[in-house]
Design a protein around this ligand. Sequence first.
Ligand SMILES: Nc1ncnc2c1ncn2[C@@H]1O[C@H](COP(=O)(O)OP(=O)(O)OP(=O)(O)O)[C@@H](O)[C@H]1O
Ligand SMILES: [Mg+2]
Length: 422
Amino acid sequence: MQNSKLFAAIDIGTTKVFTVIGKKAGDGRVEILGHGLAPCSGVHKGVVEDVAATQSAVRSSVSMAERSSGATVDTAFVGISGTGISYEKRVDTIDWVGEHGVITARDVEQVPQSIVRNGVNGSHRGRKTIHAIPQSYSIDGKIGVHDPMGMHTRKIDVETHLVEGSEAEIGKLKKAVEGIGIKVESLVLEALASSESVLTEEDKVRGAAMIDIGGGTTDVMVFKDGAMNYSTVIPIGGFQFTNDICVVYNTPYEAAEAAKLAHASVRADSVRIHEQITLPITSGNTLTKVSLHELCQLTRERANELMRLIVLKLREGGVIDLKGYRVVLTGGASRLSGFMELFQLGTSANVRMGAPFGYLGVPMELQAPAYSTGAGMLIWAAHQEDDEPKPHAIGQSEERQSQHKKSTEKVRKGGILSLFRR
Ligand SMILES: Nc1ncnc2c1ncn2[C@@H]1O[C@H](COP(=O)(O)OP(=O)(O)OP(=O)(O)O)[C@@H](O)[C@H]1O
Ligand SMILES: [Mg+2]
């Protein structure tokens, strides 16, 4: 039934809530049917702090996505991030595989779910398991097997990367969604979702680092030999770049954000040395003149610091030399002028920008790094459906479907989306 292939994903970010609705098309790709975007003030560094404010942003974003797709959202995949996320390596023995003599694709797909469901219980520590991501398998003494499909055995050891979150933080996140009557189908680690969106399978095999620089956090995820082998969250994002401008020039956040988006660059030499802008002074009616050269120097210092932190974290994760890796920068703040080049120069890595690709029906305004997480969650959702048929996630009424084209047009022309177009 066509409706069973509709999914909704809600990316609750530090600056915005982005809802996207899609379905799996006949060719296996994900088709985007509608989306909604709302500014959010309830999230701090990727973690829900003000449930009511977040709930209200989720409501606006979901309503908009419903209008533009003609679908009604009853359940959704929801993104999770923040420094409360922890990672742990673990090995489990699985003895229910190979029922028909060989390990099937279905066996492999069901291993992570079975570990999350049966093998782990972190709730006594106030932690909850979100994912178990397989790293490699050991079969009959052969270690480091990456693809066990088709191998003859009845028992395997699987090494997984467990992703855990704080129960309290997960509780607030779920409340922000379930409080408006939407069931959380599954939580999805945001870095994993962004990686689905911007990395190819070849990237993951050869070695790639996905770096999602958002408003409040920088999510890092590394892949090698086709498997995720390191992930971390750095509590720095676009907010800090803006905040530096607020503090140094004593100017309100909104004015600093506007100045950053319009003028900031890590290339201090790209602006004429005497060029100036005016900024309002906090709690006063006066204006101050700011040298663009100085503003860009300030930005460059913060960008250098962020780059050093990313490199340090990657080293901690075993990536000593980035030369052999493909680095993909995504997230809204990765668009900072000159940042990609700075990263390229500073690390000698092969760096590129990442935005959602490989989908059907992606409107132009969604082909931007800020939407990688939400779009990636739809791919994740489609994989889940492959594993196990699920009850209908969302229904699509004929009447709403007929409004689809009209509403989408409206959203594309303006609405909240235009506020975020960069
Ligand atoms: N052209 C640009 N130059 C510099 N910064 C930018 C640009 N465009 C967007 N940003 C910054 O990107 C950030 C928002 O990015 P994004 O939408 O990915 O964050 P988020 O998903 O809400 O937050 P997070 O993922 O950290 O929880 C803001 O800080 C914004 O100022
Ligand atoms: Mg984000």
